[in-house]
Design a protein around this ligand. Structure first.
Ligand code: PLP
Length: 395
């Protein structure tokens, strides 16, 4: 008899987001004249930049003509796009070669697929609070998960704890949800720890473009030894507004081997099996990100989000509330005032100033009592929401 995967029953339900939706809707229905400011969603609001749009249009036209038409693309990705990413890494001070870069249909997809490189009896370490996919994908594939908690005492940037080891370690920096980012020294400790215990780090660099501090690495490969212990997963979703367009990439170094098996070769083989390549049109669109004009345009969009972050940071500084994030990240992670729980604070903000964020509870146990704002919204609305927050917190 067919046996369904019983582990679906172990996944946390979608209570958090359903409850946010329900509460917001109930409030709007009861107060039709009041505008609600949605500051929780981690999705971009600005459109794709002009250079990308131009390249996408051209690529569509290519497909209309037999002379320029493209069928299946290489499973590992278009060579020109891989070379452009190689140059991008070189410019940031990391040696990554074209044949170590694999184009994906987004970070989320590869965070799930990459687990096929590892046996199910490996143990996984999740640094909490964390992006929920790290936990859910491992629950579904039946791996044991150990949790390393963080908090205000370490700025939500936990250091390796030799009493807690694992075979696979997830690190997200700049972090979703906390916005905290490791500096070189902090991340190097993790690289050294992984090499010492033979673990592989799955480094999620989805928010690297938001980094502004010089001592915060954009890529884990800026650090010595990372090519022997780390896989980096990145995305054009937040860097170039591709959340709905879908494209990303994963780096698996040639030097990464375990037990006589080379993970780069395994991942090439995996791609041949699991995909028939990524859309020609989308890869052409992504290539335009790496032209000088494309880079200028995506950075203009990032500047808008960073200005949004500055409104929240100013509000929280003025109200003297503890928070992290904002500086190197599009997320602000604040401590709920007066010992309120995340849900109490949620209700309070909705009722008093019609601002919606996300209670930290949704990202793990140690997120309780904290609250996440996203800075991907409309600038006028974000400014208004931050002003209202500041006035409320100063009361
Ligand atoms: N990793 C982190 C930390 C994220 O926050 C997200 C999306 O919000 C992703 C990965 C997924 O990115 P993608 O849109 O490329 O699937």
């Amino acid at each position: 008899m067919l046996k369904p995967n019983k582990r679906y029953g172990e996944l946390k339900d979608t209570y958090l987001f359903n409850t946010i939706y329900r509460k917001t809707k109930e409030y709007s229905d009861a107060n039709p004249g009041k505008k609600v400011f949605r500051m929780g969603v981690g999705d971009v609001s600005l459109p794709l930049c002009g250079e990308v749009i131009k390249a996408l249009h051209k690529a569509v036209d290519d497909q209309a003509d037999a002379a320029t038409f493209h069928g299946y693309m290489p499973e590992v990705g278009d060579a020109a796009l891989r070379r452009a990413i190689e140059r991008y890494y070189r410019d940031m001070g990391a040696e990554v070669k074209e044949n170590e870069i694999f184009i994906s249909s987004g970070a989320c997809d590869d965070l799930g697929d990459i687990l096929e490189l590892f046996e199910r009896d490996n143990t996984v370490m999740v640094l909490e609070p964390a992006y929920p996919e790290y936990v859910d994908t491992n629950i579904l594939s039946g791996r044991k998960i150990v949790y390393l908690n963080s908090g205000e005492e370490n700025g939500f940037l936990p250091r390796p704890d030799r009493k807690l080891t694992a075979d696979i370690i997830y690190i997200c920096s700049p972090n979703n949800p906390t916005g905290a980012a490791y500096d070189r020294k902090g991340l190097k400790e993790w690289v050294d720890f992984a090499n010492e215990i033979g673990a592989v780090i799955l480094f999620d660099a989805a928010y690297e473009i938001f980094i502004e501090e010089a001592d915060v690495p954009h890529s884990i490969y800026e650090l010595d030894g990372a090519d022997r212990c780390a896989i980096e997963i990145c995305s054009f979703s937040k860097t170039a507004g591709f959340t709905g367009t879908r494209l990303g990439y994963t780096v698996v170094p040639k030097n990464l081997s375990r037990d006589g098996m080379n993970l780069n070769e395994m991942w090439s083989r995996n791609r041949e099996t699991r995909t028939n390549g990524i859309s020609y049109i989308l890869q052409k669109g992504a290539l335009a990100i790496f032209t000088p004009e494309g880079q200028k345009q995506i950075h203009e969009n990032i500047r808008v989000y960073k200005e949004n972050a500055s409104y929240f940071m100013e509000a929280l500084d003025t109200a003297n509330i503890w928070y992290t994030g904002g500086k190197n990240s599009p997320y602000i992670w604040m401590k709920c005032p007066d010992g309120m729980s995340g849900w109490e604070f949620f209700d309070y903000l909705l009722r008093e100033i019609q601002v919606v964020g996300i209670p930290g509870d949704g990202f793990g146990e140690c997120g309780k009592g904290y609250f996440r704002f996203s800075t991907f919204g409309d600038p006028e609305e974000t400014k208004e929401a931050a002003d209202r927050l500041c006035k409320l917190l100063k009361k």
